[in-house]
Structures are given as C-alpha cells and as structure tokens.
Design a protein around this ligand. Structure first.
Ligand code: PHE
Length: 333
C-alpha cells in the first residue's frame, strides 16, 4: 500500500483534538475525508493492487475513515457543548441586585397617623375601642339622637346596604360616633375610649373629599365631667400630638348627639387656624340610649378626620393621593 494510513489517522486525530471550533473540525474533516483527500486518492489506487492486497488495504482505509469520522463527531459534539455553555454564559442576565441595606416597607401614612393618634390617647389614659363598618341605622342615627325624620340624616349622604331585607336598617357607618353607643352598651362607666376607623359617605372623590375616609372618635363618661374637661383634654391632645407651640380653641356649633356642641380648631405656630373636628357634652338622650343614667353620669365626645391630619403633616395637597396607592408616592413617607 502506497500510503501510511496509520500516520494519516494520527495526524487527523491530532488536528481534530487541537481544533477550537466546530467549523474548524468540519474543515479538517473535509481535508481528510473529502473528494481530494489522501484517503480518497488511495481508494482510487486500490484497483491496481492484487485481490489479496486490495482487500487488506480497503479494510484499512475503511477503518481509518471510520475512526476519523468518530473523532470528528465526538470533537464536534464536545465543541458545540462548550460553545453553548459559552453562549449561555455571555447571554446570562444578572438578576441579582446589590443592595447595601435591606429594603424595608413602611406603614401607609394614614396608618401612621392612626397609630400615632392611638399612642397619644393611650398616653393620656384612653383605651382603644372599635365597632363594625356596616352598622344599623339605630346605632348610626337613632341612638345618637337623630330620629328618622331628622334633617341631619340627609346631611350625612348615607350609603345604605341592600341585603335583601329592609334596606333602610343597615348602612355603612357615616361616622365613628356609633362606637360611642356600642361602648356604653358593652361597658360600665367610667368610660375613656378612642375609636379610630373607616367611615363612608356618598361623596364624589376630589382633592378634599373621598367616599371612604377615616375618623377617630373619643368618648369620656364619668362623674362630674364638664365642658372644662373637654376643653382641657383637647388642649392636652393638641400639644401632645402636634407639639409645643400648637394650641386649640372651641367654637359653638351644633350636633344632635352633643349639647352643648362645639367645633374645635387648632392653631399652628405660624398663627393659622385649622378646623379639626366636632365635640360636645354627650346629650342625655344619647346616654339613655347607651343605658347610662344622665342624672348620675355625664361625659363628652369628640370626633375628627384622620386623613386630613396626614395630609397636613406631610404637606400633601390632594386627598386622592392617599388612596391611589402608587408605591412611588407612598415610599416617600
Ligand atoms: N360625628 C361627628 C361628625 O362626623 C363628629 C362629632 C363626634 C361631633 C363627636 C361631636 C361629637 O361630623
């Protein structure tokens, strides 16, 4: 035989092993196995050999061809695997985030104001009470000295709940004042409670109104409670919650459930007055509805909006921001 098939095989295997890409392997494969390769040329020469030699040489050539093909196939597979790994590595997306401090959420600003108010009143000796958001009209109105025909009912823009029965008996509470009644009915005086909660009115959302908002109610029932206790409590709350330099005043007003009634305002250090809420001495009819003898006990109540306080504290001008719940907005506080 005129060619050294073993050395062809050796050099082919060496080149294939050294190849660094699948294309390079394909090129080597062409040069060793293609039409112009030594192996093909050698095969053409087989005819000149005598039958005995021809069979032997043919077998050898086939053997070499098979081994080169096997080397090509395994090296190609190997290179494709590592090329794929390289491609994966280069296209890998780094989804880890480097942060130097843990991301901590925070309470919504209404919740913050709510909790600070609770803390302030707890510090003044009050306990926290609560009542249902879906109320009977008796707790929300009648027991608070607002009978069915009372004009104040229209003023509340009540949202009634239709649960298939007499719909006028169930509603979404329009204020936190029904918690006064529930507290009187479930506990014995003396009573010192505050009741923060969600309230509802048929209002169109704008910069200063929402159909859902928050109030905090206060109720004190004890012996010999007077308007002076009310004024002193409002003043103590004002300096405790807002700080030194803030003060309060009461202005005459009217609520069916208190008598006398007042509006209370707070004065900010810049001298401006802000209307905060309503208050007054608990009306005898309300005490009676709560099962308390007005001859023996007296008390005062107050109620004001929480949302407005949160707006004021953070200098926010549109109430709707509090309810849109855009995290980019909320994260600032
Ligand atoms: N409930 C009244 C309101 O929503 C506020 C209030 C509470 C007034 C307690 C007096 C006493 O406007």
């Amino acid at each position: 035989m005129s060619i050294d098939s073993q050395s062809i095989l050796d050099s082919a295997v060496a080149e294939i092993t050294d190849a660094t890409s699948a294309e390079q392997v394909a090129e080597i494969s062409r040069s060793y196995l293609g039409k112009k390769s030594e192996l093909v040329e050698a095969r053409k020469g087989l005819g000149a050999l005598d039958p005995q030699e021809r069979a032997e040489a043919g077998k050898q050539l086939n053997e070499v061809k098979t081994q080169i093909e096997a080397a090509v196939a395994s090296r190609t597979a190997e290179l494709k695997d590592s090329e794929f790994a390289l491609q994966l590595e280069s296209e890998r997306m780094d989804l880890t985030e480097v942060i130097d401090r843990p991301i901590v959420g925070s309470a919504h600003i209404v919740t913050q104001a709510w909790q600070e108010l609770e803390d302030t009143f707890i510090g003044m000796g009050f306990t926290v009470a609560e009542g249902p958001e879906v109320e009977t009209d008796w707790h929300n109105f009648d027991a608070l000295n607002i009978p069915p025909s009372h004009p104040a009912r229209d003023g509340f823009d009540t949202i009634y709940v239709d649960h298939g029965g007499d719909e006028s008996t169930t509603l979404l509470r329009t204020h936190t004042s029904p918690v006064q009644i529930r507290s009187m009915l479930t506990s014995e005086p003396p009573i010192y409670i505050v009741a923060p909660g969600r309230v509802f009115r048929r209002d169109t959302a704008d910069a200063t109104h929402m159909p859902v908002f928050h109030q905090i109610e206060g109720l004190v029932i004890d012996k010999g409670i007077s308007m002076a206790d009310l004024a002193g409590t409002i003043e103590a709350f004002t300096t405790s919650y807002f700080g030194e330099g803030f003060s309060s005043r009461l202005r005459p007003n009217h609520f069916p459930f208190t008598e006398p009634s007042a509006e209370f305002d707070i004065q900010m250090p810049d001298g401006k007055w802000l209307e905060l809420g309503g208050c007054g001495m608990v009306h005898p009819n309300v005490l009676r509805a709560g099962g308390i003898d007005p001859e023996e006990w007296s008390g005062f109540a107050f109620g004001f909006g929480i949302d407005r306080l949160a707006l004021m504290k953070f200098g926010i001008t549109d109430l709707r921001e509090l309810f849109t719940n855009d995290v980019r907005f909320l994260k600032q506080f």
